[in-house]
Design a protein around this ligand. Structure first.
Ligand code: MSP
Length: 528
C-alpha cells in the first residue's frame, strides 16, 4: 500500500467528524468521561494521519434538574457553577493532551438558536403534543424509568443510591411511536449503525417491546431553555443536549442557524458513548432527526464501563478514580496507553494500579524505549551516529513483520480496536529485541562483519520508528520523542497529516543524523 494521497488544500480532504457525549457538569470529570474522550482523541488523530480533515467534538451538558440542584447545594447560580466545572473539563483535556476542535456547551446562546430552529421543524411536523406524564423519574439519569428498571429499594439500576421520584404533571411529548417502523428499517438495513453487535441486539430487543412517546418538556424547572410554544415549560435536557452535536458544527463566525450548522460536517461520522446512554443515541436521536427531516449520523460505537480493582466505581463506595491525580502521577501518555491498550474498546474494563505500572514499564519503558536506547548506542559506537545504510535481506524476519504492520494497525484503528493496534506495534518492538539478541551485532562487529551490523541496526531502528508511528494516535508525545531521537523534526502533537510514506516500512532515511540516546519513557513506580 502506498502513502495516502494528500490533497494540497485542507478543504479538498475527505472529512471525518466524531463526538464524545456532552458530559454532565454536576461534578468535575471522572475517569469515565476521560475514557471516552481519550478514545475519541486517538481516533481523530488516526484519521488525521490518514489525510482526513477531522473535527473532534466534545462538550458539556449543562441544563436540567441535576445541575440545578447541584448548583443550589453549592450555593451558586447554575451558570456560575457550570462555568467553574467546565473550566475543570478544559483543564483535564489539556492535561490528557486531548486535541479537540469543538467544546459544545449547551448553555451557549448559539445553541439556543439551533434548538429553536430544530424544535420548529419537529413542531411543524406535528410530532409534539401535550399530555399527562406519570412515572418514576431518576434525576441522576434525567430519565423516566419503567417499573422493570427500578430496584426493590426504589432506585434506578444505574444509580443504586439515588431514589427515583414520582412525577405526575403535564408535559409535552414527542411522538416516538410514529417512528417505530422507520427505526426498525434503519437498524435492519444498516446493521453497523450501532457497534459492537451486542449493543445493536440490545437496541433491537428494546424496539421489540414497542416504542413509547417520551416527554420533552418539564414544569417547575427553570434551568433549561423555555419551551418555544409554552413558556411554563422548559425543554427536556436530553432533547436539548443531543442537539449540542449539531451546534458544535458551526464555525466560530457562522450565524447560528441549522442550515449553517449542517453545511460542512453533517452527517457526523461517529458518535462515541458508553452503554448507559445507548437508547438515547440509537433510538431517540435518530427519531428526532427523522422528524426534522435530517440525514442520520453514520454510526455509533458503544464502549463498556470501567471498574476499579473489579469493583463498580462510585462516590458512595469511595473509590472514584480521579483522572487528574492519575495524569499528575503518571503522565498523559501512560494514562492514554493503559486505557486503550489494556481494555478492549466495547467491553467493560478494569483499572488496577499494579497492572497499570507493570504494563507501562513492560511495553513502553522496556520493549520500546530500551530497544531504541540500546540500538542508538550501537549506531553511535559501531558507526558514525547516522542511520546506517545496510541492505536488509529480502527474507528478513523483522522486516516481514514490519511490512504487515501498516495494514493491521490501520484496520484496527478503523474498527476502533485500539488495543489491537497497540499490540501489533508492540509485537514489532518485542520481535526487534529478540532479533537483536539472536543476531548479536556486538559479536559481528568484533568479527568485522560491518555490512551485517549495519543491516541489523537499520532494521531495528526502522522497526522502532514504524511502531512509534502507529502508536502516535495513542501516545503522541512519546512517538514524537522517539522520532526526535531518530533525527526527525516531526511533532505528532502538531501534524495535520501523516508524513508521506511513514505508515509503511522503509521511511527511515539512510544517513540521517541520530540524536544522542536518552530515555524516552521514564519507568513508573508503585506508590508503596
Ligand atoms: N450528559 C449525558 C450525555 C449527553 S450526550 C448528548 C451523560 N453524561 S455523563 O457525564 O453522565 O456520562 C458521560 C459518559 O461517561 C457516558 O458515555 C457514560 O457511559 C460514561 N461513563 C460514566 N461512568 C462510566 C464508567 N464508570 N466507565 C466508563 N464510562 C462511564 O450521560
Amino acid at each position: 500500500m502506498t502513502a495516502p494521497d494528500i490533497p494540497a488544500k485542507a478543504s479538498d480532504r475527505p472529512t471525518f467528524a466524531l463526538t464524545t457525549p456532552l458530559y454532565y457538569v454536576n461534578a468535575l470529570p471522572h475517569v469515565g468521561s476521560a475514557y471516552t474522550t481519550i478514545a475519541a482523541d486517538a481516533l481523530g488523530r488516526f484519521h488525521r494521519l490518514e489525510g482526513k480533515a477531522v473535527l473532534t467534538i466534545t462538550g458539556t451538558d449543562e441544563h436540567g434538574q441535576k445541575i440545578e440542584r447541584t448548583a443550589a447545594e453549592r450555593g451558586k447560580s447554575p451558570q456560575a457553577h457550570c462555568d467553574e466545572i467546565v473550566a475543570g473539563f478544559e483543564r483535564l483535556w489539556q492535561q490528557l493532551n486531548i486535541r479537540y476542535d469543538r467544546l459544545s456547551r449547551t448553555t451557549d446562546p448559539r445553541h439556543h438558536a439551533i434548538v429553536q430552529d430544530f424544535f420548529k421543524r419537529v413542531w411543524d411536523k406535528g410530532d409534539i403534543y401535550l399530555a399527562q406524564q406519570q412515572g418514576w423519574y431518576c434525576v441522576a439519569c434525567e430519565e423516566f424509568k419503567e417499573e422493570r428498571d427500578i430496584t426493590d429499594d426504589r432506585c434506578c439500576t444505574t444509580h443504586t443510591n439515588k431514589p427515583v421520584e414520582w412525577r405526575d404533571e403535564e408535559n409535552y411529548f414527542f411522538r416516538l411511536s410514529h417512528y417505530q417502523e422507520a427505526l426498525e428499517t434503519l437498524h435492519r438495513d444498516r446493521p453497523n449503525f450501532v457497534q459492537p453487535p451486542s449493543r445493536r441486539n440490545e437496541v433491537l430487543s428494546f424496539m421489540d417491546q414497542g416504542l413509547q412517546d417520551f416527554s420533552i418538556s418539564r414544569v417547575n424547572l427553570d434551568w433549561g431553555f423555555p419551551f418555544p410554544t409554552d413558556p411554563k415549560h422548559t425543554i427536556y435536557v436530553w432533547f436539548d443536549a443531543l442537539l449540542g452535536y449539531v451546534t458544535a458544527l458551526l464555525d466560530p463566525d457562522d450565524e447560528p442557524t441549522l442550515d449553517n450548522a449542517l453545511k460542512r460536517w453533517w452527517p457526523i461520522n461517529l458518535h462515541l458513548l458508553g452503554k448507559d446512554i445507548l437508547r438515547f443515541h440509537a433510538i431517540y436521536w435518530p427519531a428526532m432527526l427523522l422528524s426534522a427531516g435530517l440525514p442520520l449520523p453514520q454510526g455509533l460505537f458503544v464502549h463498556g464501563f470501567l471498574t476499579q480493582d473489579g469493583q463498580k466505581m462510585g462516590k458512595s463506595l469511595g473509590n472514584v478514580l480521579d483522572p487528574f491525580a492519575l495524569v499528575d502521577r503518571f503522565g498523559a501518555d501512560a494514562v492514554r496507553y493503559y486505557f486503550l491498550k489494556e481494555i478492549e474498546f466495547g467491553r467493560d474494563g478494569d483499572f488496577n494500579e499494579t497492572r497499570f505500572v507493570n504494563i507501562l514499564n513492560a511495553d513502553l519503558a522496556n520493549d520500546l524505549g530500551n530497544l531504541l536506547n540500546r540500538t542508538l548506542r550501537m549506531a553511535h559506537k559501531y558507526g558514525d551516529g547516522t542511520v546506517p545504510s545496510g541492505q536488509v535481506p529480502p527474507d528478513d524476519a523483522l522486516m516481514a513483520l514490519g511490512l504487515g504492520l501498516g495494514d493491521r494497525a490501520r484496520h484496527s484503528y478503523r474498527t476502533l480496536a485500539f488495543h489491537d493496534a497497540c499490540t501489533a506495534a508492540l509485537e514489532l518492538a518485542r520481535t526487534g529485541n529478540k532479533y537483536l539478541d539472536e543476531r548479536a551485532p556486538w559479536t559481528l562487529f568484533k568479527q568485522k562483519e560491518l555490512a551485517a551490523v549495519d543491516a541489523i541496526l537499520y532494521a531495528v531502528l526502522e522497526a522502532v520508528r514504524l511502531a512509534a508511528y502507529w502508536l502516535a494516535p495513542v501516545v503522541p508525545t512519546l512517538s514524537g520523542a522517539i522520532y526526535r531521537q531518530l533525527g526527525f523534526s516531526i511533532d505528532f502533537n502538531e501534524v495535520e497529516v501523516g508524513p508521506p510514506g511513514h505508515d509503511q516500512w522503509g521511511a527511515l532515511p539512510v544517513g540521517q543524523a541520530l540524536a544522542e540516546p536518552q530515555p524516552v519513557f521514564r519507568k513508573l513506580e508503585l506508590e508503596n
